[in-house]
Design a protein around this ligand. Structure first.
Ligand SMILES: Nc1ncnc2c1ncn2[C@@H]1O[C@H](COP(=O)(O)OP(=O)(O)OP(=O)(O)O)[C@@H](O)[C@H]1O
Length: 691
């Protein structure tokens, strides 16, 4: 079914839902703030304020820590609890409003090109995607269109107005251009507008709604900070995974946390986090980082990459001392960690906060979709480790709220994503920002579960030439703790099959990945009609809604989360037992990340993928390879398709070389990540939804 068909099918269904949301959303909002008042469920609309209050008080942003919230009402797949826990996408949500407004108001053509809309245009313009309607955040759209329309943006420092929002209100070039990649909505132009927002006041020349969303504060109590889930039965099997380190003079791996010689506070925090044993990527990466070396590390999903970089960085900071303090006008963090999505940087921040508990190191998180003033206020209270999405980071740098001179560590999590066409230009700008220490003077660390060769080559620009490469198991390989099943399901049978599977699954937490934002809304609506408690997350939802959806999923209130690729990478959610690829992604790397939302940290999980003969044949070959490498059953029909759809450069071998593609410095390997080169693959950039 093509995009248009979906649209045709979605709209009539949607229309019956629109009034529920729309009436409330566009009628007078509390405080006149129609745009941030976005009830996400009918029950919320009934008792909106109180429920929102409850929601805000419940420590929503605390990641898995707030898992017990609403436990009593969880696990009921009833329609009322879920009607509208999803689906306020741009078709009838704030963005729909905004988009049309932009189209009317923008004469620059910039917005038309980029917002016309963010779902599909960049992709189609570039002609990469096999499916057009992608989940690109408008934030991201701005970034991506930077590639195409970059010349129309002023330089980074720009006019300084930089308020994200401006770029939405009109042409990026006129209104502060480069800034504003990461905001949801518009405020007025001119420096004063961001100032007033930052100061908590109202912009005098507001041309559109402001982003007023302030995420709930992180938990303060120790139990919540250190809450964790149990490692699974296969945790010890990690020890059997082959690890290869390439590059010169690699320090030896450590086998225990004690060998890392960390300070007592860190050791205490590690113990409180429930870590007793190192994972392979930690065994190798921690000593490398402690030795001051640059690192590119590739290890399977859910195997502890976050702690692998956080712990040694914190150890260094504790040892060397930190400079930033709350008393400084200009905050100069020692470490910047960038990741592609808001939810992921928030998660990394919570980990940083956990491991730095009781130390003088202060971690801060900033990301789009939240009030810029809030980000600034967090920073000025002191910032040693800054976790950020690229757009908001560049905003803040442009506003001179942080200085880069003290940066000693630059971490790119999901590094292949951070360096691809979507974010690569932003990352290049970041490393050439005034004050940013050269690569010789800073330590640069890159982590991901996938590392296509081309991206590795790009990464060299960021890393010292003697960087070390750690490959845990198969580069780009799927986690073996995930039982993978591929079913042949045509487009028109998918919904029926989905319901059948979900009914069998019961209340076990399940992520359902679809390819487009519209479809996410549609499928979530459909599942609710089927009385399956569902919520959704995608780039057209407001940040508040995204966080609520994730919260409802985490705590089990909505055991089904329909998601686009915005949720494919990095998210560490307890008890996700199933991933269903309702639509297969365009690239195999994306597939690996998606199914990695289950089977984490030695736990087992299941992934079921609907393979549509009409649209997924290009994935057959790499899919067979990923299945084979992960010792999964390969359906005969899939193997047949794989052999009949010849992709030049694919070796044909689906077994053998464990490190088929490791360190590109070793020369061209026979296979790259997942079996075909990025140049042959539809570009992952254009199929994902990121911030
Ligand atoms: N040594 C350890 N012992 C116990 N639990 C651990 C250990 N290391 C990490 N974990 C836990 O394992 C889970 C997965 O870790 P993390 O999110 O860092 O994985 P990842 O490798 O970054 O995954 P992805 O590739 O999906 O981003 C987290 O809940 C983390 O707290």
């Amino acid at each position: 079914m093509g995009d248009e068909d979906w649209e045709a099918e979605i709209n009539p269904h949607m229309s019956s839902y629109v009034p529920i949301f729309e009436k409330d959303r566009y009628s007078s909002g509390e405080n006149g703030d129609n745009f941030n008042r976005t009830p996400t469920s009918s029950s919320e609309m009934d008792d909106g304020p109180s429920r929102r209050d409850h929601f805000m008080k419940s420590g929503f942003a605390s990641g898995r820590n707030f898992g017990n919230r609403d436990a009593g009402e969880s696990n009921k797949r009833d329609n009322t609890s879920t009607m509208g826990g999803f689906g306020v996408g741009k078709s009838f949500g704030n963005r729909g409003f905004s988009n049309s407004k932009f189209e009317d108001g923008d004469s620059s053509g910039f917005w038309r090109e980029s917002s016309n809309d963010c779902e599909d245009n960049p992709t189609r313009n570039r002609g990469f995607s096999k499916r057009g309607d992608n989940d690109l955040d408008p934030d991201e759209c701005m970034q991506r269109t930077g590639g195409l329309f970059g010349s129309r943006r002023p330089a980074l420092s720009g006019t300084g107005n930089g308020d994200t929002s401006q770029s939405r209100s009109g042409s990026g070039s006129e209104r502060g251009g480069y800034k504003g990649l990461n905001e949801e909505v518009i405020t007025g132009s001119g420096k004063n507008s961001w100032k007033s927002e930052a100061e908590g006041g109202e912009s005098s020349d507001t041309q559109g709604p402001k982003v007023t969303y302030i995420p709930p504060p992180p938990p303060e109590d120790e139990d919540s900070i250190f809450a964790h889930y149990q490692t699974g039965i296969n945790f010890d099997k990690y020890d059997t995974i082959l690890v290869e380190v390439s590059g010169h003079d690699a320090p030896p791996a450590i086998l225990t946390f004690e060998e890392a010689n960390l300070c007592q506070t860190l050791n205490n925090n590690i113990a409180k986090a429930g870590y007793t044993k190192l994972t392979p990527v930690q065994k190798y990466s921690i000593p490398i980082i402690l030795a001051g070396r640059d690192l590119m590390a590739c290890a399977q999903t859910g195997s502890g990459k976050t702690a692998a970089f956080l712990l040694p960085i914190l150890a260094h900071m504790m040892h060397d001392g930190i400079t930033a303090s709350r008393f400084k006008e200009l905050q100069e963090p020692e470490c910047i960690i960038v990741a592609p999505t808001r939810e992921l940087v928030n998660q990394i921040y919570l980990e940083a906060r956990k491991f730095s508990f009781g130390t003088c190191v202060r971690a801060v998180v900033i990301y789009g979709g939240t009030q810029l003033g809030h980000s600034i206020r967090q920073i000025v209270q002191g910032c040693n480790i800054l976790c950020a999405t690229p757009g908001r980071l560049m905003d803040i740098i442009g506003k001179e709220k942080i200085g880069l001179k003290q940066i000693k560590y630059l971490v790119l999590d999901e590094a292949d994503r951070m360096l691809d066409m979507g974010f690569g230009p932003e990352m290049k700008k970041l490393i050439s920002c005034p004050g940013m220490p050269s690569k010789e003077q800073r330590q640069t660390l890159m982590f991901s579960a996938t590392f296509p060769e081309e991206i590795q080559r790009l990464a060299a620009e960021f890393l010292k030439s003697n960087y070390l490469f750690v490959a845990v198991g198969q580069v780009g390989g799927a986690c073996r703790d995930v039982q993978q099943t591929v079913l042949q399901v045509g487009q028109f049978s998918k919904r029926e099959k989905l319901v059948e599977i979900l009914r069998n699954i019961g209340d076990e937490r399940t992520m359902v990945f679809v390819e487009t934002k519209k479809k996410a809304d549609f499928i979530a609506t459909f599942l609710c009609q089927e009385k399956i408690s569902t919520t959704s997350i995608h780039g057209d939802r407001e940040q508040r809604e995204r966080e609520q959806a994730l919260g409802d999923f985490r705590c089990g209130k909505c055991p089904v989360l329909v998601a686009t690729s915005v949720a494919a990478r990095g998210l560490d959610i307890e008890n996700v037992q199933h991933v269903i690829n309702f639509d297969l992604p365009s690239t195999i790397d994306e597939y690996v990340h998606r199914i990695g939302r289950t089977g984490r940290c030695g736990n087992t999980g299941r992934a079921i993928s609907f393979f549509d003969l009409e649209s997924d044949n290009h994935l057959a070959q790499p899919l067979v390879k990923v299945l084979t490498d992960a010792q999964q059953d390969v359906p005969a029909w899939l193997e047949e398709i794989a052999f009949s759809t010849y992709i030049p450069g694919f070796s044909g071998s689906t077994r053998g070389n464990v490190f088929a593609s490791v360190d590109t410095r070793k020369g061209k390997s026979s296979l790259n990540t997942a079996g075909f080169s990025s140049s042959q693959a539809p570009n992952p950039v254009d199929d994902e939804s990121w911030d």
